[in-house]
Design a protein around this ligand. Structure first.
Ligand SMILES: Nc1nc2c(ncn2[C@@H]2O[C@H](COP(=O)(O)OP(=O)(O)O)[C@@H](O)[C@H]2O)c(=O)[nH]1
Ligand SMILES: [Mg+2]
Length: 422
């Protein structure tokens, strides 16, 4: 083994080379901010032989910090255009859910709705603009709006003066905004009824052109409008909206958005998998750093609790937790057992406990030992070490990657099942 520093760099290089191209640049940027602080703390703890602190830094700090980056999305527009329904759809919950923003009622003040899985992500349901209580020019005159990352301006028909004014005010604040034309399902069913030769694509194109014209008339230069139905996010242009929001966010917030997106298509599942995968890489990097500090024992002291937390995150992120599977079972009219039988990973639909993780580790032992042997004796395999007490980070890396792969396939299978009945 070379000097600690050389070793860290060579491991770092290998890890970076193993990343998919899209994430490489992004990750090295993020590394410099958060990770270097964690690594610094870690090194200090190790140099002072404070092993208890070192382990807690590895176990807790990174996970906690990444879940604290706030993302605030404000949904605005006139009354009755579908703002509250959009807030709910974005958070992946039905209008009838007890956590839902009430629909069909007037909102009198900005209401915050935290994402059900990622409370650092907040959807703001704003009152209808243009009512006597909220004239457009007063609407955004609150310091509160400074924390908003971007706005979505919703309209259920042609965009009007109030929408254009809002856009101008938001622009003055140097924030991004997107125009969403809602309730597209209504327009399409109207068109189906009234047109003898119904053509969905032509109908959508007409609505799009009409919205763009309306906005241009109001002085908005080259507007982009996304056609959406909150009842069918997987159809029309919510996906294009997702991609645009993602592209235009600063990189440290991009992953936060991706994880919070509703699972409407395979590409969302793939993106979530890549975010989760990049987080595993962080653990491996920390492990590599610890390995580079010449205190051999520390690299194998990691609590099983970290695996419980991470697997739980995967289940929620992929909608494979108990509540989501129950919802899928009732919406697809498929018995829960039948759904479970379709899934590969044994933790799907269960509360992840230490006992369950230990069971999973035991059944993965053959695989992991094989991998450990492949890597040579540099990584201490856990053969002979009580599993609950001591796991190497490499073991964690391999274990999480194999489960992440399995869970993303399970998530795709569930999505296919749900979309088949829509
Ligand atoms: N068909 C259809 N109805 C919608 C859609 N979005 C909202 N609605 C309905 O339109 C009405 C007003 O929606 P709401 O979200 O309360 O509008 P808000 O006043 O802008 O918050 C409610 O009855 C919703 O169920 C949509 O995408 N499609
Ligand atoms: Mg509302």
């Amino acid at each position: 083994m070379g000097s600690p520093v050389t070793c860290t760099f060579s491991i770092l290089e290998t890890l970076v080379q193993n990343q998919p191209p899209k994430h490489r640049h992004q990750q090295s940027n993020e590394m410099s901010a958060m990770e270097s602080k964690v690594i610094e703390d870690l090194k200090n703890a190790l140099e002072n032989l404070d092993l208890v602190s070192a382990v807690s830094i590895i176990n807790i700090k990174y996970l906690e910090d990444t879940n604290k980056i706030p993302l605030n999305i404000a949904i605005t527009g006139e009354s009755g255009v579908g703002k509250s329904a959009f807030v709910n759809a974005f958070r992946g919950i039905d209008n009838a859910d007890e956590r839902a923003a009430p629909t069909g009622v007037e909102t009198t003040k900005p209401e915050s709705y935290p994402h059900p899985i990622y409370p650092n992500v907040t959807l703001w349901d704003l009152p209808g603009v243009g009512t006597s209580k909220f004239p457009a020019d007063q609407y955004l005159k609150h310091s509160w709006f400074e924390n908003v990352d971007f706005f979505i301006i919703v309209s259920a028909g042609r965009f009007r003066e109030n929408d254009a004014r809002l856009a101008q005010e938001i622009k003055k604040m140097d924030k991004n905004f997107y125009f969403v034309r809602s309730k597209i399902d209504n327009n399409l069913s109207d068109a189906k009824r009234s047109q003898t030769e119904y053509d969905e694509e032509k109908t959508l194109q007409k609505i799009r052109e009409n919205c763009i014209e309306g906005l241009k008339e109001q002085g908005v230069a080259s507007p982009q409008v996304f056609l959406v139905s909150s009842f069918d996010l997987h159809l029309y242009e919510f996906r294009a909206l997702q991609d645009t929001m993602e592209r235009e966010l600063p990189s440290h917030k991009r992953d936060v958005l991706i994880l919070a997106l509703p699972n409407i298509c395979k590409s969302t599942i793939y993106k979530k998998k890549e975010v989760f995968r990049s987080q595993i890489w962080h653990y491996a990097l920390l492990s590599a750093t610890v390995e580079a500090v010449p205190i051999p024992a520390i690299s194998i002291v990691v609590d099983v609790g970290i695996l419980v937390k991470v697997l739980q995150d995967y289940l929620f992120g992929f909608c494979l937790d108990k509540r989501s599977l129950e919802k899928c079972s009732s919406s697809t009219n498929t018995p829960l057992d039948e759904l479970r039988a379709m899934l590969n990973c044994i933790c799907c639909g269960k509360d992840v406990t230490k006992e369950l993780v230990l069971l999973m580790l035991k059944s993965a032992t053959v695989l992991l030992i094989g991998l450990a042997a492949e890597e040579g004796s540099r990584w201490i395999p856990f053969i002979g070490i009580p599993i609950a007490a001591a796991l190497s980070f490499t073991t964690i890396y391999k274990f999480l990657r194999s489960n992440l792969n399995e869970l993303s396939v399970d998530a795709e299978n569930i999505l296919t099942k749900v979309l088949a009945i829509k």
